[in-house]
Design a protein around this ligand. Structure first.
Ligand SMILES: [Zn+2]
Length: 692
């Protein structure tokens, strides 16, 4: 593998340079690991040719496609949705599938299933009531014994051939349908399911688990039985829906018909196909002006309520939506729902509508939502790739702060963050359940850039990487490569959301922030509408950044280590100043020194690895490989000549995790403030050394 040969080359260079030495007979003080751990799952993918060390989809990469046709009816009197769906499962893989795994997320509300969240904010319900299933027209036995297929084992312990399709796990969040006739490679099957469920209400809100306000507003999500992902890493996704972790879904077409009372406006994923049947003439006329300017337009006014006013006349109306390639479908409906619109202009693509659906009393939460969503759509289109969908919809309701394809359950407060999710995971579809940092963490990082752009300033990523040093090493923190479904409620948020911007702050400190943005964008484009793994990300980024970053990914993603750098001593002899840099942590870093010279004196001689940032300040850099020999100290020789040096700072951008940054400055001063513990401190203020 190419990455290993990079590592060998680096080792050879270090040995040749002699810049780090291990005393004979002594163990290395710090054994730096430089390769990316390869678990069985990723080794299988490499062996099958589905993924490789380029970080791009391998020649044999394949994924399922699932096309849904759903007919659903909402009855507000009982708060139940009754649905019938037909799912065409395209098995594009090289494997024969003898089972289909289903995700039954509504069973979370049975309250007798495994859950990781002690704070479930929703009521107990009867979960998914599945009344009929068939595969290719053949019925599925919904009452089969939990273990064994087709009557168990025959004589001598050999499994008996199954005689009927059977389902197990229907009262959990993960069910398995065992098939009499496996779905062959490149074959397909049609699965039909009839179900009903109560849309879970409070007592709480502001979480995806709470999906209605009384019997007047419904935000159905995770609301239809769906097929799990089958991938080259683990086969059928083995995870249960435990609450905190999010989802991992197949792409496909959704053709969804939603039957609601007349007067109830519906918004959701996809394009509304039958506006002439469900909207008033006035609303349809107003919609023709949405893309003309950045102005807001009312499609359904607050005082337009009921059949014939908010919608076309009729006791019940069926709203028909189609989305061509998405990995989920969400919607909202309410007895009184304002529909306001604006637009965003996507580079290279043109204008797309932004729809806002909110209750009349919540109008103040949406006054700034349009401009925020517009900025997010336009900014992230430039940061990653042009927005991939034909519209964006913001939905009011208790399920606030959640994302679905073309849909964000958010008002202006979370509009920026939730809009980024249209890139990850809605287009670049990582396994959110295991590795939420690939969508939530990338998102938190992108939000920093978006906020700076809104303010018209350069983003400042200094300080964030360093701040991890003050919280690292806590034994309750799982590494980011730990399955986040089991990260524990106290650390889920830090590992999934907060840590990635700290990691990417350090990466920017090594390769430059704009190089990180370019590489992330290339990674995103490469994996559009596919399922990248963390290994694909690591390999892709190392290639794109033209560095063997195995050590970087190992320490950030597989450990909870820090750098803990310091300047131990500085001595001057002749024209050379020797700086003893020490790293007490397990994570290595490049050696980056800011050297501040006296304003006058002999000429400052150039150094090959130094860059003058003004007439009296140099940034001098040695590569991370100076640590690969194992020593925890490195003698950095500055040969700038006889000009007096006033001050030297290790890691001037404050990018490397450091428990105590006050010892990074020579001569030591008392005025250094540490970056705030546990937060992505911005640095740069109050005597901090941050900022080169
Ligand atoms: Zn998020």
């Amino acid at each position: 593998m190419a990455v290993r040969s990079f590592a060998m080359l680096a080792l050879a260079l270090v040995a040749a340079s002699g810049s780090a030495q291990v005393p004979a007979g002594a163990l290395p003080e710090r054994a730096v690991r430089r390769d990316i751990p390869m678990t069985n799952a990723i080794q299988r993918a490499f062996a099958a040719g589905t993924r490789d060390s380029t970080g791009r989809p391998g020649r044999n990469y394949a994924q399922l496609r699932t096309d849904y046709t759903i007919n659903a009816r909402l009855d507000p009197a009982t708060s139940r949705i009754t649905g019938r769906e037909s799912i065409v499962l395209h098995n594009n893989t090289a494997d024969s599938l003898s089972s289909i795994v289903m995700r039954l997320d509504m069973n979370m509300f049975l309250f007798n299933v495994p859950r990781a969240a002690p704070w479930v904010p929703a009521e107990e319900t009867d979960g998914f009531a599945i009344t009929r299933m068939s595969v290719n027209g053949q019925p599925v036995n919904l009452n089969a014994p939990a273990f064994g297929r087709g009557g168990g084992r025959g004589r001598g312990g050999a499994p008996a051939a199954p005689t009927e399709n059977t389902a197990s796990g229907l009262r959990t969040t993960r069910a398995t349908i065992s098939l009499v006739n496996p779905i062959p490679p490149k074959g397909q099957a049609t699965l039909e399911v009839d179900w009903s469920h109560k849309v879970p209400g409070g007592p709480g809100q502001n979480h995806r688990m709470t999906q209605r306000w009384g019997d007047t507003l419904y935000q159905p999500t995770q609301w239809y039985p769906r097929v799990a992902v089958y991938d080259d890493l683990r086969g059928w996704d083995p995870e249960l829906y435990l609450g905190p972790s999010e989802f991992y879904n197949n792409f496909g077409r959704f053709d969804v018909s939603i039957d609601v009372p007349g007067g109830w406006v519906v918004g959701g994923t996809g394009i509304l196909k039958n506006a002439d049947q469900v909207l008033t003439t006035a609303a349809r006329e107003r919609l023709t002006h949405v893309l003309e300017s950045d102005a807001n337009h009312m499609i359904v006014e607050p005082n337009e309520v009921g059949p014939g006013q908010a919608t076309a006349p009729g006791d019940r109306l069926v709203w028909h939506f189609v989305a061509d390639t998405v990995n989920d479908f969400a919607w909202v409906t309410a007895k009184k729902l304002v529909w306001e619109t604006t637009r965003a202009t996507i580079p290279g693509k043109g204008p797309v509508p932004i729809n806002m659906f909110y209750q009349p009393g919540d109008a103040q939460l949406y006054t700034n939502a349009g401009p925020t969503a517009r900025h997010a759509l336009e900014f992230y289109s430039k940061l990653w790739f042009p927005y991939a969908f034909p519209q964006l919809t913001l939905q009011d309701g208790p399920s606030a702060g959640m994302e679905y394809p073309m849909v964000i359950n958010a008002n202006q407060g979370a509009a920026d963050h939730e809009t980024f999710h249209q890139w990850a995971p809605m287009t670049v579809s990582n396994n959110e359940t295991w590795y939420g940092w690939m969508d939530e963490g990338f998102n938190q990082y992108a939000n920093i850039l978006s906020a700076a752009d809104r303010q018209g300033v350069q983003p400042n990523l200094d300080g964030r990487g360093q701040s991890y040093g003050s919280v690292s090493g806590d034994e309750s923190e799982p590494p980011m490569m730990w399955n986040a479904n089991y990260a524990g409620p106290s650390r889920y948020s830090f590992v999934t959301y907060s840590k990635t911007p700290l990691m990417l702050s350090m990466l920017g400190g090594i390769v430059g922030d704009s190089a990180v943005w370019r590489a992330q964008s290339e990674f995103g484009k490469t994996w559009m509408f596919k399922h990248p793994s963390p290994w694909d990300y690591m390999f892709f980024m190392s290639r794109a950044l033209k560095q063997d970053l195995g050590w970087f990914w190992y320490y950030w993603l597989f450990t909870t280590e820090r750098v803990d750098g310091s300047i131990q001593n500085v001595t001057t002899s002749g024209g050379t100043t020797s700086v003893i840099v020490r790293e007490d942590g397990q994570m290595p870093s490049p050696v980056v020194l800011k050297v501040e010279f006296a304003p006058t004196g002999p000429a400052i001689r150039p150094m090959a690895n130094a860059k003058m940032i003004d007439s009296v300040t140099a940034i001098v850099t040695w590569p991370v490989s100076v640590w690969f020999g194992g020593s925890k100290t490195f003698k950095a020789d500055l040969s700038f000549g006889a000009r007096k040096i006033d001050r030297i700072v290790f890691d001037p951008g404050c990018r490397f995790p450091d428990r105590d940054p006050s010892d990074n400055i020579w001569p030591r001063t008392a005025s250094v403030t540490r970056t705030p513990a546990g937060r992505g401190g911005r640095g740069g203020g109050g005597g901090s050394a941050c900022g080169s």
